[in-house]
Design a protein around this ligand. Structure first.
Ligand SMILES: *[C@@H]1O[C@H](CO)[C@@H](O)[C@H](O)[C@H]1NC(C)=O
Ligand SMILES: *[C@@H]1O[C@H](CO)[C@@H](O)[C@H](O)[C@H]1NC(C)=O
Ligand SMILES: *[C@@H]1O[C@H](CO)[C@@H](O)[C@H](O)[C@H]1NC(C)=O
Length: 210
């Protein structure tokens, strides 16, 4: 009984250790075996408005690779990633080879079971996506959720096929500030009128009394 519990505990510990190490996968060790393309649903310029505009993402296995390349692939997660031009001076978007520390791809687009044929997903850029230039990357994971392969819609320098997102939060914050200022101004103006009225009432009473 006790030994069984011991074995159970040991396997749980081992599993969690394995899970722990799996997060330490280095991007540079992943095989680039997926092909990813992304396009604006309404091809009009390169600017996407967060919360409104859509992109269509397609991903699948590079069919010129040998059969069995994808035998371990179980799931695919497609992500929106910061292009180097939008990472400059922003440590919170930094690219690190160790995937647990990497901050390049912070916005999940979709996660799906792996399928050897091309998959397509239409995604509305979420409202919380900040203004920046992005590319799209897909990661393939194995049965224990370790990243084993990737693909992206840009080259190794991550400077082509980028698209630009324009955040609407900026716009809203400005509007909020403007409306707060207006409300504060109207309260002050109202208070000012009151004081002016009272003073006038008092002085006119006084002048009537005199
Ligand atoms: C692109 O957007 C502009 C301005 O919103 C519009 O005038 C034009 O017709 C659009 N073009 C296409 C192809 O949708
Ligand atoms: C697909 O794989 C072949 C063989 O490795 C490679 O030459 C080719 O560049 C790959 N295609 C893409 C689009 O990555
Ligand atoms: C894989 O994708 C194809 C085409 O999208 C679909 O017909 C098929 O059912 C999918 N297979 C699995 C196992 O999901």
């Amino acid at each position: 009984m006790a030994s069984r519990a011991g074995i159970l505990l040991a396997s749980v510990l081992l599993l969690s250790c394995l899970a722990e190490t799996s997060y330490g996968v280095l991007f540079s060790t992943l095989k680039q075996s997926l092909i990813v393309t992304a396009s604006h649903v309404e091809a009009n310029g390169t600017l996407l408005k967060a919360g409104e505009d859509k992109i269509s993402v397609t991903w699948g296995l590079n069919q010129s690779l040998p059969a069995g390349t994808d035998s371990a692939y179980k799931t695919v997660t497609v992500k929106l990633c910061y292009a180097p031009v939008s990472q400059v001076d922003r440590a919170w978007r930094k690219t690190v080879d160790n995937l647990v520390k990497d901050k390049t791809c912070q916005h999940k687009i979709v996660a799906r079971p792996y399928n050897a044929s091309m998959q397509t997903f239409e995604w509305t850029v979420e409202r919380d996506v900040p203004t920046a230039k992005y590319f799209v990357r897909a990661y393939a994971y194995d049965a224990v959720e370790v990243a084993v392969a990737y693909g992206q819609n840009t080259g190794p320098k991550k400077d082509s096929n980028l698209f630009e997102v324009q955040s609407i939060t900026g716009r809203h914050v400005t509007l909020d500030i403007v409306s707060v200022c207006f409300s504060a101004f109207s309260v002050l103006a109202l208070a000012g009128f009151f004081i002016a009225e009272k003073t006038r009432a008092k002085s006119s009473k006084r002048s009537v009394g005199n």
